[in-house]
Design a protein around this ligand. Structure first.
Ligand SMILES: C[S@@+](CC[C@H](N)C(=O)[O-])C[C@H]1O[C@@H](n2cnc3c(N)ncnc32)[C@H](O)[C@@H]1O
Length: 237
């Protein structure tokens, strides 16, 4: 489903994004304060066992492949994947589409595993990076891919700002993640420190505030879990 660019956020949405529940503004990167969310944490062994399956990487790549079919991929050269895990998506993009791909993950062990599974080449590299504080120069990438990562990032609004910063004008973001109903977010907030918690309205509002235009939006229901799958585009300036 291709959806038109959204309306600008309402005053209430702006207030929610800059004050309630969200650390910092998605448009600016204020210095981290002691009261900010805790830094991201590495996943437990159980979480890794669940997410590091090859079948999952193949499914994730298939989703990206479908979206790329709808974009003008001939202009896509430099790709950044955040939270690339075992590297299956990054490696396929480099091999099949011959894009230059940088897979990044907060967890050094994940990066080491990705390098073992998919040896680095001229077109494929893996780096330890925090999505909320990327080391790359402004406007370095044509495409950013982020699947199932934001709910691991306490300062997820900083990651929104960072993705916008490193994307070139007209660059795309292919994004997929869990979103939480407001009451679930409220219930989890005291116990889920170290995770990113946001409603669908908050995440979409944050992307809109950061200037992204929505090119594709899909809501996926997996039992009690709701995922949002988005393709967003950074306007020219
Ligand atoms: C649930 S896994 C998803 C992996 C893969 N993208 C997928 O969909 O299967 C989340 C990944 O994000 C990484 N991660 C967590 N916090 C991060 C952060 N702040 N910056 C970059 N990566 C992060 C984790 O180490 C993990 O590899």
């Amino acid at each position: 489903m291709i959806v038109p660019a959204n309306e600008p956020p309402s005053t209430a949405q702006r207030r929610m994004l800059t004050t309630g529940g969200v650390t910092g503004s998605p448009l600016t990167l204020a210095p981290r304060k002691a009261s900010d969310n805790p830094p991201a944490m590495n996943m437990s062994r159980l979480e890794k066992w669940f997410v590091n399956r090859e079948r999952k990487a193949a499914r994730n790549f298939e989703r990206v492949r479908q979206r790329l079919g709808e974009l003008r991929i001939d202009e896509t050269r430099d790709v950044l994947e955040i939270g690339s895990g075992t590297g299956g998506v990054a490696a396929r993009l480099a091999e099949i589409y011959r894009m230059t791909v940088t897979g990044t993950d907060f967890d050094r062990a994940q990066i080491e595993l990705a390098r073992r599974l998919h040896p680095e080449t001229e077109r494929l590299r893996f780096r330890v990076e925090d999505a909320a504080a990327l080391s790359f120069a402004d406007e370095s990438f044509d495409l950013v891919v982020s699947q199932n990562v934001f709910h691991h990032i306490p300062d997820w609004s900083r990651a929104v700002a960072e993705i916008r910063r490193v994307l070139r004008p007209h660059g795309h973001l292919i994004w997929l993640d869990l979103t939480f109903p407001r009451f679930v977010k409220k219930l989890l907030q005291p116990i889920a420190r170290g995770y990113g918690l946001y409603t669908a309205d908050e995440i979409r509002g944050a992307f809109r505030l950061a200037g992204f235009e929505t090119r594709f939006a899909e809501r996926l229901i997996h039992g009690p879990l709701v995922h949002h799958h988005l393709v967003l585009q950074r306007p020219r300036r």
